[in-house]
Design a protein around this ligand. Sequence first.
Ligand code: ZN
Length: 462
Amino acid sequence: MCYRRLKTKFSIVEECISTRSKNVEDFCFFCCQPVHFCYYITVSKQYRAIICKINVPDGWNNFFLAAQDIFNTFVSWFVENSKSKKFPNTYDAEKILRPQIKNKYPGFNTGLIQAIADMATEAFKSTRGKKPSKKDNSCIRYDERTIKILKNGKTLTFAWMGPRKNTQQIIKIPQWFNLRYPQRRLANAYIGYSAHHKSWVVNLNFEIPEVNSIHYFNNEIEGIDLGVHQLATTDSGEMFSSSKLRAAQRRSLYVTRELQRKGTPSAKRKLKARSGRQRRLTKDINHCISKKIVSNPNKKCFVLENLVKGAPGFSRKSNKILGSWAFRELQTFIEYKARSLGKTVVFVEPHYTSQMCNQCCHISGDNRKKSKFECVECGHQDHADINAARNIKEKYTNPTKSEQPIQAAFSKWRSQEELKKSKKKARQAESHSAQCEVPENSQSFQDVQEDMNSTICKLSNR
Ligand SMILES: [Zn+2]
C-alpha cells in the first residue's frame, strides 16, 4: 500500500473518531454499518526476540572478548571526547571513529565500525555526554549488514575480525518459533556472554509483519481490570486469582530470611541459586494470563487502565502497590500478544473505575467493601472487580455516560485537597510562631554571650 493512500485513510478515520466524540451515531466508512469504533491502520513495526546458544570452539573466546573490548573502549572514548558537539549524528561519528579504529586494528570489519558509531551516538544521547554508559561485559551489536541467517534457517553467518571476513555457526531456532512467525526478517542481533546459560549467546531480533483490523462491534470489546487480589478481571466475569503468586512470595521471603540469618557458605550458595526465582514466576504467570485473555476468539479489542505511577487521585499506598506489582508487564504482554493476532489494545483514564456504580454512575468510597460492591444510591450489587471492568469498558465505548459524575468527583477531591493544604499551612504557621516566642524565664542573648566570654577567659588562664 502506498504511503499517500494510507495517509488519506488516516484522515478519514480521524474524522470518524471526531464524530464519535460528538455523540453522533457511528457508521463505519468502509462497511457503512453502525459501529462503536473504527480503528485506524497501524504502521508501526513489531519485534520478537529469541536467544540461541553459540558453541564456541577454542580461540573464539578471545575473539569475542577482544571485539567486546574494542566496542566498549571506542564507545566510551567517543562519549568522552565529543563533549563540545551537541548531538552528533551517526555519519559524523563514523567519520571520527573509522580512522581511529583502522589505525589500531587494520583488519577490523567496516560494518562493525558502523555498529560502534550507532552505539556511540545512542550512548551519547542517552547520557547527554556526561559519562560513558558501556559496561565491560556489554554485548557486541550486529546489524543487517554484518549478520545473516542462510536460507536453510539453521546457519548463522556473521562478521569476523580476523583474516576471514565471515564465519559460520549452526544455531537451533525452536520449532514453535518457526511455526508462529513464518514471515519474519532478521533486523539485528547482539552477541554476549550469558551467566545464566554459562556460554556465549546470540540475541536475535526479528521484525514481524503486523496484521490490521478495521472495526469492532460492542460485544467484541472487552474491559479488563487489574488488581492485587484478582490479577485480572474481565467484564464478562472471568477472574485470574493472585493467591498462588502471593503464597509463593510469602514462602520465598521466609526462606530468604532464614538463609540470610544462617549466613553459612552453603546458605549463601543457595541464596544465589534462588535469586531471580520470584521474578521468573511472576513473568510466567503474566504470560499465562495474557495468553488466555487474548486468545478468546470472540473478543477483538481490549480496554485497559492507563496506570501511571503518581497520578492524581491515587493515595501513596496504592502508588506503592502499583510500583511493586508487575502490572505494567501484564499490560505489555496483553498488548503485544493482541497485536500479533490482529487485535487491538486501548487505554483509558483509571480514575474512579473501582468506586463508581456501573448502573447509576454514583461515585463514593462507601460503595465498595473489599471485594463486594453495593451502590449506596441505587442498591446495585456486584463483585467489585467485575463492576470496575465494566466501568473500564464503558469509559471507552460510552465516554459521555460517566463524564459528569467523574468531573464532579474531581472538583470535590480538589476542594478537599485545598482545604487540607490550607489547614497544614495554618498549623505550620502556628508552630513557627510558637518557636519564635522567647519564654520569660530563659536567659537573654546578652547573658549567654557574657557566660561564654567568662568561660573562655577561665580556660585561657589555665
Ligand atoms: Zn448505583
